[in-house]
Design a protein around this ligand. Structure first.
Ligand code: SF4
Length: 204
């Protein structure tokens, strides 16, 4: 519908919308995070849900203890290689539509422990991440900003066509391989469906 006509109608008390807008409004206004934390970043995540920062304003204060009832995974903290299989398994158990926020330097790249033998260099090697938050640790405001970014992303999704979310695409997988310890490291070393090793070129 023409935007001008829509505005004119709303001035007269007639509100119009589309099925897609209504669907997206419902999803973005009730994103329920999974209740778990991995390290220090989780303390900032907890602060974001308390009265001062009040994540409840976005309909997201209902942290669920079961992945079956959650549609947002906030990976808050250092992902060790020992914990990576559990994180992927929890992601697989979440129903669609589901989203992931990688919170902090550790979750997005390994952070200060990047060179450690036991730390994953980014959870996006195994599951698709919708929003990355840099920082060590990111403040609660950064998590709120990431949350609003995710809401905008949900708003842009359509019910059909290329912009449809993954759960409306029958060809898109909802579960990914859970890595296991092999002889030397995690197997598989990455999820081919979500992670491409960056090509590094050096001059001279
Ligand atoms: S990014 Fe910094 S604050 Fe967050 S888990 Fe890693 S070391 Fe802790």
């Amino acid at each position: 519908m023409d935007e001008g006509l829509r505005n004119e109608l709303s001035k007269q008390g007639v509100f119009t919308t589309t099925l897609s807008d209504l669907y997206n409004w419902g999803r973005r206004s009730s994103v329920w995070p999974l209740q778990f934390g991995l390290a220090c970043c989780a303390i900032e995540m907890i602060a974001a849900s308390m009265a001062r920062y009040d994540l409840a304003r976005f309909g997201a204060e209902v942290f669920r203890p079961s992945p079956r009832q959650a549609d947002l995974m906030i990976v808050a903290g250092t992902v060790t290689k020992k914990m990576a299989p559990q994180v992927v398994r929890l992601y697989n158990q979440m129903p669609e539509p589901k989203y992931v926020i990688a919170m902090g330097a550790c979750a997005i790249s390994g952070g200060p422990f990047k060179q450690g033998y036991n730390v994953l260099k980014g959870i996006d090697r195994y599951i698709p991440v919708d929003v990355h938050i840099p920082g060590c640790p990111p403040r609660p405001e950064a998590l709120l900003h990431a949350f609003m970014t995710l809401q905008r992303k949900i708003d842009e999704q359509a019910m059909s066509g290329k912009a449809r979310p993954r759960h409306l695409n029958p060809d898109a997988p909802s579960e990914f391989p859970v890595p296991q310890f092999g002889e030397h490291d995690l197997v598989p070393p990455k999820n081919e469906m979500v992670w491409e090793t960056p090509v590094v070129t050096r001059n001279g």
